[in-house]
Design a protein around this ligand. Structure first.
Ligand SMILES: [Zn+2]
Length: 324
């Protein structure tokens, strides 16, 4: 499960920590190599004349312990659950490119867990048992644990040229930190204009800086105040609460548990080129790597006393979680 992208990212993070430490403690910092161990000579200074005996013996404060960078446990992009692709393989979109490197993680607060909804406990499988369901309930700890797993290109009978068999899931499914319905907020991934609000659970957002198009599914109704067609929203603005609403009759949810409680998140390219705000774009991109990168930023911003880097205990009561 070694991921070179992740490794590279953490090398960058480590370098950042080292650079920061050097800035805060310039006097004790490493001496540039060209001056040798003693450092540059100071004109007029004479070390032998320093006979000052008034030495401060107070030991220096111990250095603040350095917090280790959060290492997000996650499978590489495109590493799907065995047999879960349209061709019954385990390969999705494996390229490490990041579609939206500037993106804000699209859930307001952590932790969050990327994994399959249909092929994890509480999911219903797919295509009348051709991809059988996994026994268990939605509040299974496996659903609220790391490592994350890509499910862009997981089996769906939807056209997707980036997937084996040219069919697959158009987005990435993200579980918020609860399977309680309609509790946690999905938020704008960048400065966006609300493009389309579906009649049941869909919201499309046009990225005003990127020209990308974001689709969010399973948004509870009503949406956040101010989320109306044409509204311009800043990154991190609330869009809607994450629910189990899917297509069909919303009145039947949550008693019928239309889907698991999750945010389905898509990134489409080509909207700007094909007409901007009014267009959805020419095809979906894998959101997985963009979510990995933006989540590392989110975890850094956890309020004092909260740890978004750990798995959670989901609600114990199956009454609030889906059991097919
Ligand atoms: Zn989905």
């Amino acid at each position: 499960m070694i991921d070179l992208r992740k490794l590279k990212f953490h090398l960058i993070l480590s370098a950042g920590v080292i650079a920061l430490a050097a800035c805060e403690d310039k006097g004790a910092g490493p001496v540039p190599e060209e001056f040798g161990e003693d450092g540059p000579e100071t004109p007029g200074a004479d070390a032998d004349t320093d006979t000052d005996t008034d030495v401060d013996d107070t030991p220096p404060d111990p250095p603040e312990p350095e917090l280790p960078a959060f290492e997000l446990p996650h499978f590489p992009p495109g590493d799907l659950i065995d047999g879960s692709s349209r061709t019954k393989g385990d390969t999705g979109y494996t390229e490490p490119d990041v579609a939206a490197p500037f993106m804000r993680f699209p859930i307001e607060r952590g932790p969050a867990f990327l994994n399959s909804q249909i092929l994890h406990p509480g999911g219903g499988g797919y295509a009348s048992g051709q991809w059988p369901p996994v026994p268990g309930a939605e509040n299974d700890v496996a659903n609220y644990s790391y490592p994350w797993r890509d499910n862009f290109c997981e089996v769906r009978f939807k056209s997707n040229g980036l997937c084996d068999g040219d069919q697959g899931h158009h987005g990435q499914d993200i579980r918020p930190a609860t399977c309680d319905n309609g509790v946690l907020w999905a938020v704008a991934p960048e400065r966006v204009k609300v493009r389309n609000i579906g009649s049941t659970h869909l919201v499309n957002l046009y990225g005003l800086d990127s020209g990308l198009l974001y689709t969010m599914l399973h948004m509870d109704r009503p949406l956040a105040p101010g989320v109306v067609n044409g509204a311009v929203l800043e990154p991190g603005s609330r869009i809607g609460k994450i629910s189990n609403i899917s297509g069909g009759s919303t009145a039947a949810c949550p008693s019928a548990r239309c889907t698991s409680v999750h945010l389905h998140f898509e990134i489409w390219h080509g909207a700007a080129e094909t007409g901007g705000f009014s267009q959805k774009g020419v095809g979906p991109l894998s959101p997985y790597t963009s979510l990995v990168e933006s989540y590392l930023d989110l975890v850094e911003e956890a309020p004092d006393g909260e740890d978004w880097s750990s798995p959670i205990a989901p609600p114990a009561s199956s009454s609030v979680c889906r059991t097919p």
